[in-house]
Design a protein around this ligand. Structure first.
Ligand code: F0G
Length: 458
């Protein structure tokens, strides 16, 4: 039986709000969960980014942080931890993942260029587009169908990648990315074989491979469990092999760094590293702290070591799987198999009576709060739907609700509670109505939009 491989030394109270109070709070937040105060949320599944709990060892490392501006001892400890796992020559700390992406794409992405990936995360895509290049998602077709089971649903489609290279020309592809695990595609892993073959294909055209490494340890664990030949390898060995096929990586350490803030850019190309270092100095800080405090670098050095612990990963992936299984037992449709950091509910199938333009996934997110004080995130037509110039509404490909599980924060009984709430919602699914937007910003509207409920059948 699965249980948390840690004891809890410090607790944080959860304020239990009554249903009436929750109804009032969500109305006051204009039915947008981003506008709730965290103190009014009972279980917060908005993201697994920076929301994890640090260990006693990390907290004690914080006390020995060296806050020197240049040459801090903490930097060298951090650098050693990253080098041990990735083997890259140049390690640049940044305050979070998108800062590493901004520096990298600011240097290599130019107008007319194309940057393929299995699936770009929102910030990667936005930063590529900000630099007037094109971001392409080339994951295998299975990744697009929630109910199709595939052990490595995050894999790159190698045929599509080769076609893309031939169509645009290797000179217009400054690098290729692999996001592990594939967050936007459901936290699905990429196999070692696929990473190796992606590298082999790119090498033929001299295109560098970069890894978006936020959840590299979770991906390594899936390889150990699902890919032949890796059963007896350690997570560290698997991670080292993954990075050995790449020329660099960007990392949001707020995920598998097990810290609340931090990130890095790591690479082998000396000339590019020097240019990146200069940008780092210009926009983040001196290369031995890069926008972080010495104590943050210490906590990260310890976190990068702890995340390689197989018992931790068995609990981590097992907890997500457990929640997914409970939902499936209650006939709640999810992306299968469950990924590394989150369960994605297929709200389009659960609430077929709500049209995409009335945001079924937003409606389901609101119900999770209303019914159980649970905050989730909509990944559907609020986030990705568009009004075309003709005035016609173009829905997102899928209407999903993501239940992202913070690391080492919630227990198995919290998972049972979440599954119970989901069943309560399912039992009255046909009575749940859609929403319309009453205010929206021009970009990234999901963060600030206001909604109002519409009646069922209208
Ligand atoms: N790449 C991936 C795959 C991510 O999931 C994220 C963040 C980033 C890059 C950017 O890192 O936030 O440190 O700047 N994902 C969070 C999420 C926000 O909720 O999935 P960042």
């Amino acid at each position: 039986m699965l249980f948390e491989p840690f004891k809890i030394k410090m607790t944080e109270p959860i304020r239990i709000l009554s249903k009436d109070e929750r109804e009032k709070k969500i109305r006051e937040a204009h039915y947008n969960l981003f506008l709730l105060r965290a103190e009014d949320v009972m279980i917060d599944l908005l993201t697994d980014s920076g929301t994890g709990a640090m260990s006693a060892n990390q907290w004690s490392a914080i006390m020995i942080g060296d806050e020197s501006y240049a040459g801090a001892t903490s930097f060298y400890r951090f650098e050693e931890a990253v080098k041990k796992i990735t083997g890259f020559k140049y390690i640049l700390p940044t305050h979070q993942g998108r800062a590493a992406e901004r520096i990298l794409f600011g240097l290599v992405a130019k107008k007319g260029m194309v940057i393929p990936s299995n699936t770009h995360f929102d910030t990667t895509r936005a930063l590529i587009e900000y630099n007037e290049a094109v971001a392409l998602d080339l994951a295998i077709d299975e990744s697009k169908i929630p109910s199709v089971r595939h052990p490595f649903k995050g894999n790159m489609d190698l045929n599509k990648l080769e076609e893309t290279i031939k169509k645009f020309g290797p000179e217009n592809i400054p690098l290729c990315m692999l996001t592990i695990t594939n967050n936007s595609g459901g936290g699905q892993p990429v196999s070692m074989e696929n990473i190796r073959e992606t590298k082999r294909l790119l090498s033929r055209f001299k295109i560098p491979l970069f890894i978006d490494a936020c959840r590299f340890a979770e991906n390594a664990y899936f390889i150990k469990k699902r890919e032949k030949g890796y059963e007896n390898k350690s997570i560290l060995e698997i991670a080292q092999e993954i990075f050995s096929y790449a020329d660099g990586c960007t990392m949001s350490a707020k995920k598998d760094g097990l810290v609340n803030i931090g990130g890095f850019l790591a690479l082998n190309d000396e000339e590019l590293a020097m240019r990146a270092k200069n940008m780092l100095i210009l926009t983040e800080g001196f290369p031995t702290y890069g926008g972080l405090a010495g104590r943050d670098l210490e906590a990260l050095a310890v976190g990068l070591n702890e995340v390689l612990d197989e018992q931790y990963l068995a609990y981590r992936i097992g907890q997500v799987e457990y929640l997914g299984k409970k939902l499936l037992e209650n006939n709640i449709p999810i992306i299968e198999p469950t990924g590394g950091h989150a369960v994605y509910i297929d709200a389009g199938s659960l609430l077929p009576h709500i049209k995409p333009e009335n945001f079924p996934a937003q409606a389901l997110s609101v119900e999770f709060y209303r019914e159980g004080g649970i905050r989730t995130v909509e990944i559907g037509s609020v986030m990705f739907g568009k009004k075309e110039e003709s005035g016609r509404f173009k829905p997102a490909p899928l209407e999903l609700v993501r239940l992202a599980i913070p690391r080492r924060v919630y227990t198995m009984s919290h998972m049972d509670y979440i599954a119970n709430i989901a069943s309560e919602i399912k039992n009255r699914a046909q009575d749940i109505g859609g929403y319309r937007i009453t205010y929206e910003a021009k970009h990234l509207r999901h963060f600030t939009a206001h909604f109002e409920p519409i009646q069922v059948g209208r």
